[in-house]
Structure formats: C-alpha cells, structure tokens
Design a binder for this molecule. Structure first.
Ligand code: MRU
Length: 350
C-alpha cells in the first residue's frame, strides 16, 4: 500500500469530482463521485471532505461543476453567483472555502463566454490542487528547520494529505522533519468530538511508518509536564491579519498549556488561510456543529437522552501565544501583522 504522503483524497475523473469519504476512515476507503455542485456543498457540510485547504480545493471544483451546468443558460453568470453563495455557506470558519470560491467567480467574470468559463474554472481547480501540494512541500521544509533534531511533537486534529491537496501543513512539517533525518516521536490528540486525530492522523502516520502515540485530548498537559513534548504544531482554518488563529476546538487550550510549559507553539498554514480583511480573531465566525457529535462517540450514544450540548468546532488562539506561523513563503515571527503582509507581498522570511 502507498504511504499516506502519496494519498490524494480529491480527484477529478471522467468529468466528475471524486472525494475519499473521510467519515468512513479508517475502516473503509470509499470514494464518492459527484457531478452536481449542490451535492459537493452537502459533502463539505457533512465532512466527507474537511480541512481548510481541502475544502478550498473542493469548492473550486464545485464552481467548475456549477459553471458547466449554468453554461447552457443565457443567465449563466447569475446562476453561478447563486451557486457560489450556496457553496460558501457550507461551512463558515475556514476562509479557504470563500477564498477559492471567490477566485473562481472572479475568473468567470473575466472571460467573455460561458464556454470559456467552463474550461477556465476546471483548469483553475486543477492548478489549485497541484499548487497546494507543492506549497505544502515548501512549507514543510521551512517548518522542519524549526523542529528539534530529536524529540516529541504534539499535534492536533488532522492536517495531512487528507486535509489538503496532499502532503499536509502541520503534518507536512512533521513529514519534512522525518525526511530530513530528525528523530521525531509524534503525540497525536484524538480530537474529540469528530476524532480527526484518532481516525485520520493516526491512519496517515501509521501508513507512513512515523513513530507516534495517540492520546486522549485531556492527556496533553500531563505529557507536557512529563517533559515528552518539545514542540506543538497545528494547522489553521483562518488566520486574522494580526496572527490570531482559528483552528480545531482544543487548539487554544494547547497554546495556553504550551506557554505554561515553555514549549514552542507553531501554526502551519498556506497564505490562502490568512484573512487580511479580518483585523483580529474577534470577528471570526465559529461553526457550531450538531449536538449528536458530542452526545455520541463513534456512533454510540454516551450522554443521557435530551442533554443540552455546546459543540463549537473551532476556537481562536491569540497571536500572543504563537511562536511562529509557517507558510509556503517562509516563517512569520511575532510582529505578525507586518510579517504576514511581507510574506503575502512575496518577501521571503525565515
Ligand atoms: O472540522 P475540520 O476537520 O475541517 O477541521 C480541520 C482543522 O481544524 C485543521 O486543523 C485545519 O483545517 C488545518 S488543515 C491543514
């Protein structure tokens, strides 16, 4: 079996978008074939595909499907606009979804005919997928330089091949560190309630033969106190212009713990995850997901019937708790507003 580094969970085949159904992993590797953008929006909402870069790429393909359908109508541009709204509404927190959708919309508006738009949006989706993998590999190399030559690295959620076009962001940094010969041992949070760590990160690490332990989220403080963790590295769903970072629920508590234990806390994300229109994390919309995800664990009811639940899917880590933000163009250090702008403008930093 191929390593997870080579896994591609998003493919275009014979005019259809193929998504590896992440709800069923690791027990089943089942692919869904979608040719209607509405079904793609549902797949994003229901977590068939998840992870900020992955849902951005999926949204780009959804727009390619939408313009193909709209192209037989004279009001194709209005139809595409309404499809874009539907796609963007699938999940609110990860900025990559709106970023990729709006990019496709602007591309459609820049050409003269519906036929040109059909070809251009499909090609742009392919390009986004290809570029995301290359960006992650670059980001991984920058990030690997920050990791110790040996030691324990704690990570949260799934930020690997499954969450991106391929290779991964935080998990890409770990992969690059291992490739560079670093002796890393990974500690993967299980990531309740959806268990991205237990189901997806563990699956990827096992396929790649990277040494790791899986632990309950609540074990993180103990592992740090025992001196087992030398760096924490996570991904991001939206980074505000000042560096405040929305990521999977539980990330903020890890950042607080890391500061207490004087452990570096790194965020790894492509620049498409930085929302320069959002001055700080206070304005980031946090998705609330269904109560059943907390009332149940892996499909089994664990709470008394009718119990009320809060299920925020993300939290915001203040920039002051972040040691560095690793991107495909280099590493931003505190003083994030200036450092992130410089990276976006094309200046490399390390
Ligand atoms: O709810 P999810 O699984 O889409 O959340 C994913 C995360 O929070 C990831 O850490 C983030 O998207 C970065 S993925 C490279």
């Amino acid at each position: 079996m191929s390593s997870a580094d080579q896994i591609r969970a998003i493919r275009w085949e014979e005019g259809q978008l193929c998504l590896l159904d992440q709800r069923l992993l690791p027990q089943q590797e089942t692919w869904l074939k979608l040719s209607d953008y509405r079904a793609v929006a549902v797949a994003i909402r229901q977590m068939v595909v998840r992870g900020a870069p992955a849902i951005g790429i999926t949204a780009a393909y959804a727009m390619a499907l939408a313009v193909r359908e709209a192209s037989t109508h004279t009001d194709w541009q209005a139809r595409l606009l309404s499809a874009a709204d539907e796609i963007k509404a699938a999940r609110p927190t990860a900025v990559n979804l709106a970023w990729a959708t709006d990019r496709q919309l602007a591309l459609a508006q820049s050409v003269s005919t519906a036929g040109q738009a059909v070809a251009a949006l499909l090609q742009a989706a392919h390009d986004l997928l290809r570029d995301d993998i290359a960006d992650n590999q670059r980001l991984g190399r920058y990030g690997a330089e920050l990791l110790p030559a040996e030691g324990g690295i704690l990570t949260h959620c799934n930020t690997g091949s499954l969450a991106t076009g391929g290779y991964g962001t935080a998990l890409g940094v770990i992969r690059a560190g291992i490739s560079a010969g670093k002796q890393l041992h990974i500690y993967a949070d299980e990531t309740r309630p959806w268990l991205q760590g237990a189901r997806l990160t563990a699956w990827e690490l096992q396929k790649d033969g990277i040494p790791f332990h899986l632990h309950a989220d609540s074990a993180a403080a103990y592992l740090m106190q025992q001196g087992l963790i030398h760096a924490v590295i996570v991904g991001a769903d939206r980074i505000a212009a000042n560096g405040d970072t929305a990521n999977k629920i539980g990330t903020y508590s890890l950042a607080v713990l890391a500061q207490y234990h004087q452990i570096p806390f790194y965020v790894a994300a492509p620049l498409s995850t930085v929302d320069f229109a959002m001055p700080d994390g206070g304005g980031i919309v946090i998705e609330e997901r269904p109560a059943a995800e907390v009332q149940q664990c892996a499909g089994h009811v664990v709470a008394p019937e009718g119990v009320e639940v809060r299920n925020p899917a993300f939290d915001v880590t203040p920039a002051s708790l972040i040691t560095a933000i690793i991107t495909e163009r280099g590493v931003a250090r505190p003083g994030f507003p200036v450092a992130l702008q410089a990276l976006a403008a094309g200046h490399m930093q390390a």
